[in-house]
Each structure stands twice: as C-alpha cells, then as structure tokens.
Design a protein around this ligand. Structure first.
Ligand SMILES: *Cc1c(COP(=O)(O)O)cnc(C)c1O
Length: 420
C-alpha cells in the first residue's frame, strides 16, 4: 500500500540538493494553487466568502503572493507579519489583524494600513482609541467558554486566554457604538487541526445566533463574521481530508436558518485558515547522517526540531517517505531523530520504514504550515532554506538558509574585547 505520496522524484530532489544542501523545506506550488482554488470554489456559495490566509502558518512573501493572486487576504498577528503583508502588496481590508496582548505600535501600524482590527479583549477598545484612534470598522474575538468544547491544541475555551466573554461582547459593542464605530464584525477561533466538518458548522451556528441577539439588543448591523482557522489536515495516512463542501453547505444552511430568517442578510463569511491551505504541500527534506543501534535503532538526520517543531511540541505525527524507496516494504522499526541535545528531538518514534542507509534522503510530510515558521536558534541551530517547486518542474530559492554570520549578526563581537 502506498499511503501518502510525494509530488516529486528522488532525482528532482537530488538536483535541488546539488545547489542547496539539506536540510530545507520544499513547497509544491501546483498543490498549493490547486488546493486554494478547490477551497475557494467549495465556499463560493457562502455569502460574501473570503479567506484570509493565516500568515503565521507560512510567513513567506512568495507564498503570500501566490495566495493573493487567488484572491486571499492575510490574517496577521504581529508587526513583522503586518509588514510582510504590506511588502507583498496586501493592504487595507485585505488584512485581518488578530493579535493578543497587543503593543501600541502594532495597533498603529494596523490602523495605518487600514487593516480590519480584531480585538482580543474589552480593555483594548479604549487602548486602541487612545493609541491609534478607533477605526470605522472593528471586530471582536469571542471566547464561548463553557458553551463550547475545544480540542487538543487550542484547549478548552474556558481555559483559553483569547477573546471576550459573552457578556463583555454586549458591553463592548455598545461602547463602540457610542464611540461612533459604524461597521462591526464578530470572530472566534475555537478549533485547531480539527478534522470534523460539523465542528465548523456548529461554530457558525453559535456565532449566527449570537449576532442575531447582539443586533437585536444593541441595534447594530454586523457586516461580517469570521469563523477563524483551524481546519485540520490528514497528517496520518489513515485520516481523510476535511470535505470543504460539507462545511460550506452546513454554514449556508445555518445562514439561511438564522441570518436570513432574522433579516440580517447580507452578512459576509470569512475564514482565516493557515494549515489546511499550505500544510500538506510542504516537506522537510533531510539527509540521513548516521544510523545508530543501541537499545533502539535510530536514524540520525541533518535536520532537527528547529526545522519542524510539531513532533517535539505536540507529539504530532508527520509521515516520512524514504525517497527512492517508496515501493519498498516498511520492515524496520526506527526512531528518526535530529541533532539537538534534547531527547524529544525526534521526528518519529517507533516508525516502520524501509531499511534506511546513510545518505538516504527523507521527506517529512505536511511541513507546509507551522513548520519552518516555528524555527529557532536554540543549540546554535540555523534556520533552513525554503524552496518553491514550480509547476513546470523548476525550483526557486524563496528564503536562503541562515549562516553562522546570521547567528552572530545580533552580537557586538567588537565590544567583547573592551568588556572587562
Ligand atoms: C493560528 C491561527 C490561525 C490559523 O490556524 P490554522 O490551524 O493554521 O488554520 C487563524 N487565526 C488565528 C487567530 C490564529 O491564532
């Protein structure tokens, strides 16, 4: 059984390695574009639909530009992410700014860019007004607390640090209405890597009903609802992709039942997914450096959790293909490790693979979101390069690998000699 396949050959990857040594991330442009179009198509029947790509998943301007061309906006949550959007040509209400514990300069930049600001707390209304002035349009993030159960990554909403309580929403929108805000949005994000389409339909219903109540009680008109991100991907071979059309149909049905029925049409529906947009189309390419046989058998790679932190951070499964051995039987049990001095620096634990030898090239799947972006320099590890595999088979370096000079760039080594 060939369960999860790679969209490239060993020869193609070997050609890239001749130019750019491993480890690196490679992204499949064709896969990203086809998926973006499928996503857009599935939601086209949903009123005023728009996807704002969560930049934090894959903050590379080349990828953002591809998605912009497909009509996606950008969901940003920090000053550098706002700057990335700006430099990619994504400005104004094509940006959703959803931050938390937000500093002054981020609100100022978001205001300058004309971004839609999504507030994380009731106290941020006055803070935003004070530091940057209140815009004409404001969105609030809702934390449904005990009304909704969360999942493994995001936790239980009651324990989550995000958003307004239900009571605070009533108070907050009233306050903004009095302060002259004209256009309103409502946001929530209660899922992460969720594979059940019903979860998103449920969330939409909760928000639609809340909008009906807020509109009635406060006499305000909502322009959009942002259902957040969090659509999952099948990391494991036995899992299935989320059927976008099931979510779209369910959301449309709830829209008719609540929004149209309460004469609240038109209300635009937004999503801000990251993972499901690019996740399956990125791979960590790494070479096998050493094989080690002690109490267990280890495949030591030239990558480490600085290239892909999810297995270490969440115990997440990432499928691994040994390039050129796709059709060989997985008969050997290995732990696949990195070189960091941390015992959780393992890409896979007790994983059956074909027999691996030194110099084999591994493709670690589903690293196209929350992969390179989570990189760090702990243990002197350098962030790897990012390469885009174009539909015509050519490849482009879209971020070079860090060098030792980059590692020292923030250190004033000349000052060291004067330091007694
Ligand atoms: C992380 C995040 C997203 C994207 O989540 P995915 O799981 O990548 O879809 C969207 N919105 C907010 C506010 C986030 O924090």
């Amino acid at each position: 059984m060939v369960s999860k396949q790679v969209p490239f050959t060993k020869e193609k990857i070997t050609a890239i390695i001749e130019k750019y040594p491993t480890p690196f991330h490679v992204y499949d442009e064709k896969g990203i574009i086809e998926n973006a179009r499928k996503f857009k198509e599935a939601f086209s029947e949903v009123n005023g639909f728009r996807e704002y790509f969560a930049v934090k998943a894959l903050p590379n301007p080349y990828i953002m530009k591809l998605l912009k061309a497909e009509g996606f906006g950008a969901d940003c949550s920090s000053l550098p992410e706002l700057l990335l959007a700006e430099k990619t040509g994504i400005v104004g209400e094509d940006i959703m700014f959803s931050s938390n514990d937000t500093p002054e300069e981020e609100f100022i930049k978001a205001r300058d860019l004309g971004a839609i600001i999504n507030l994380d707390d009731i106290s941020h209304i006055e803070y935003l007004e004070e530091v940057a002035g209140l815009p004409e349009i404001v969105c609030c993030r809702y934390n449904p607390g005990p009304l909704k159960e969360g999942n493994a990554i995001i936790g239980n909403p009651e324990e989550a640090k995000y958003g307004f309580t239900r009571e605070q929403l009533f108070e907050g929108y009233q306050m903004m209405k009095e302060k002259g805000v004209k256009r309103f949005g409502l946001h929530t994000m209660v899922a992460s890597n969720e594979l059940d389409p019903e979860y998103f339909i449920e969330t939409a219903k909760i928000l639609f009903e809340l909008i009906a109540e807020l509109s009635r009680d406060l006499g305000i008109k909502f322009e959009f609802v942002n259902l957040g991100g969090g659509i999952g991907i099948p990391y494991r071979p036995e899992q299935k992709p989320v059927p976008y059309d099931v979510i779209a149909k369910g959301v449309s049905k709830a829209y008719d039942e609540v929004i149209r029925a309460n004469s609240l049409h038109p209300l635009k529906i937004f999503l801000e997914c990251g993972r499901v947009i690019t996740g399956p189309y990125g791979y960590v390419i790494t070479s096998v450096r050493h094989l080690k046989h002690i109490y267990k058998d280890y495949v030591g790679t030239d990558a480490c959790m600085a290239n892909l932190m999810r297995p270490a951070l969440y115990g997440a499964y990432h499928h691994i293909t040994v390039l050129g051995k796709e059709n060989e039987e997985a008969t050997q049990l290995y732990d696949v490790t990195g070189s960091l001095c941390e015992n959780n620096d393992k890409f896979a634990i007790d994983r059956f693979l074909p027999e691996v030898t030194r110099g084999d090239i591994l493709a670690i799947h589903d690293a196209g979101a929350h992969g390179h972006a989570m990189g760090f320099n702990y243990n002197g590890k350098l962030r790897s390069a990012e390469i885009l595999l174009r539909p015509d088979g050519s490849f482009v370096l879209i971020r070079r690998a860090e060098t030792v000079d980059d590692y020292f760039a923030t250190l004033d080594m000349a000052g060291l000699s004067k330091f007694e």
